[in-house]
Design a protein around this ligand. Structure first.
Ligand SMILES: Nc1ncnc2c1ncn2[C@@H]1O[C@H](COP(=O)(O)OP(=O)(O)OP(=O)(O)O)[C@@H](O)[C@H]1O
Ligand SMILES: [Mg+2]
Length: 519
């Protein structure tokens, strides 16, 4: 067993478990998030675990009470003034020489902050690709940097670190008081969650998706959490814990009338300051050739990522039937016989890393991926010209993963959430979805679903109404309900639209209709 991180008496947490992990610490203001994150940092510092903390409000310099942590940024209290121009070099010194850094960004304007972070985190990402050793990045106010539904270069970088940093040893601790405003992919993929108290319904909904409990349980348990208490989630482990108080000075503490003595702070060693100063001034650390090599490596890395993205998008496009594929037309007899399955195999392999499929795309036209029977293909193929390149439909069963994985996962999360609803509400929803777009009274729904009318009236599907899946309208003849699946999909999945297009949204709606339309 490896070293234990003593963040709570209630929890046995191995250091190993944290390596390369994305940890999300959520909760309302004052619920104890920064204390929790600070305690994790303290425990990691006890193990000489290297890190950078993106500190927006100057809350973390107190770590210097006990640890050799370097505070960089601008303004009062920072040890070294930095800007975007030297951020990459500082990041590299931190990672190469194992220097914990607090990046105090409280003195920067938002644009400067963004530029600096892009340089700093970009350098950490690149260097981690080479060094592949444990390193963790803490990010306070994460909703500002990885907002849900908004695309920025910085967000893409941070999300990449959080979602794909593991293989490089890069982990992240994202802290936010606005759970619903943090990128959903990052939250749903976070390997470890520390969920402090929330009260707002939108945040409660996010918790509902992260916790394997019924909605009413989530609300009851989460609203009763006191400061410092949270729900710890890691794989199958879901348990309430109390996180100990920080041992070092917490500059974000809630002021009281008692006087607080300023902490005595440790200084980092002169040699580290010197290394940073050299890096900051860009003197003598690297030769011109080394500089160019590094630049080249960064560009190659970017290119690699772009290539990967192209393959990903091609996959999405293929899934939606946009990419046309040309295959050589053999003699009609061969096609009528064994060809369809060979063709299907051919298309299935396009774009996989093992085949040169991507390179051969320019030669490919005309095969669309649709749910057609193989024999229909064969019949059609037999009428194709005998020479040259024919245009085909490839016979394939409907692919179960015709949507990009992130979208499919989102669909599954939604379905799981609906499945946690009461049987009554599931039946009401199923009826409305199956009979969309018309609106029905409780009496009509009751007649069709065999649920007591009084129950439907007394227990309207509050969660479904709140999410916008179902709409309630008051008419002269009473209250009517209708399914709003289509507009719900547009709102909920709109963020994926640039990738999956209208057709993808239709597919999402189709799947949801299929899954929710029966109960
Ligand atoms: N585990 C704990 N035990 C005792 N006191 C705690 C604990 N966690 C937090 N506190 C105290 O509660 C107050 C709020 O904590 P903290 O600053 O960590 O909250 P927060 O969720 O980060 O708030 P904000 O969103 O405003 O940043 C502080 O005074 C802190 O010292
Ligand atoms: Mg805080």
């Amino acid at each position: 067993m490896g070293a234990r991180l003593n963040i709570s008496h209630d929890l046995d947490l191995d250091l190993e478990k944290v390596i390369g992990q994305c940890i999300a610490v959520l909760g309302i203001r004052g619920s104890g998030k920064s204390n929790t994150a600070g305690v994790i940092f303290e425990e990691l510092l006890n193990q000489q675990y290297p890190m950078s903390i993106v500190d927006i409000e100057g809350e973390y310099f107190g770590l210097k009470e006990k640890y050799e942590v370097l505070v960089v940024g601008t303004g009062e209290g920072v040890e070294i003034e930095i800007d975007a121009g030297c951020a990459a070099e500082i990041a590299e010194v931190s990672m190469e020489q194992n220097v914990p850094v607090v990046l105090d960004l409280s003195g920067f304007l938002s644009d400067e902050r963004t530029e600096l972070l892009k340089e700093y985190l970009g350098a950490l990402w690149n260097l981690a690709g080479k060094l592949r050793r444990p390193y963790i990045i803490g990010i306070e106010e994460a909703h500002e940097f990885i907002p849900q539904g908004v695309k920025t270069e910085l967000k893409e970088l941070i999300a990449r670190i959080a979602l794909r940093g593991r293989k490089r040893g890069l982990g992240a601790i994202v802290v936010s008081q606005r759970s619903a405003k943090v990128d959903k992919d990052v939250l749903s993929q976070a390997g470890m969650l520390l969920l402090h108290r929330v009260v707002h319904e939108v945040d409660m909904r996010v918790y509902g998706e992260l916790l394997p409990w019924r909605k009413s349980e989530v609300k009851e348990i989460i609203t009763s959490l006191e400061t410092g208490h949270c729900i710890f989630v890691n794989g199958d482990v879901v348990q309430p814990i109390y996180v100990r108080e920080r041992a070092t000075f917490h500059a974000g503490f809630t002021p009281t009338l008692d006087a607080v003595a300023p902490p005595a702070l440790k200084q980092v060693s002169a040699s580290i300051i010197e290394a940073i100063e050299r890096a900051r001034e860009g003197k003598g650390r690297r030769s011109k050739t080394q500089e160019l090599e590094l630049q080249l490596a960064r560009l190659e890395e970017k290119l690699g990522e772009k290539d990967a993205r192209i393959v990903e998008l091609e996959d999405v496009a293929r899934t939606l039937g946009y990419i046309k594929v040309e295959v050589p037309a053999g003699p009609p007899s061969a096609l009528a016989a064994g060809a369809p399955s060979a063709l299907a195999a051919n298309v299935a392999s396009i774009g996989t890393p093992e085949t040169p499929g991507v390179q051969s795309l320019p030669h490919l036209i005309g095969v669309t991926r649709r749910s057609r029977r193989a024999d229909a293909l064969a019949a059609r193929r037999s009428t194709a010209p005998e020479s040259g390149w024919g245009i085909l439909d490839v016979a394939e069963e409907e692919s179960p993963d015709a949507l990009p994985p992130a979208v499919a996962r989102h669909v599954e999360r939604l379905v799981a959430r609906i499945e946690r609803q009461s049987p009554l509400h599931r039946r009401v929803l199923a009826f409305l979805v199956a009979h969309a777009p018309d609106a029905y009274t409780a009496e009509q729904i009751s007649a069709w679903t065999h649920c007591a009318r009084a129950l439907i009236e007394d227990e309207p599907p509050a969660d479904l109404l709140e999410t916008g899946l179902v709409e309630r309208e008051r008419r002269t003849d009473g209250i009517r309900y209708r399914s709003r699946l289509k507009s719900f999909v547009t709102a909920e999945f709109g963020v994926y639209q640039p990738d999956i297009g209208e057709q993808g949204l239709h597919e999402v709606a189709r799947r949801l209709r299929e899954r929710l339309g029966t109960a």
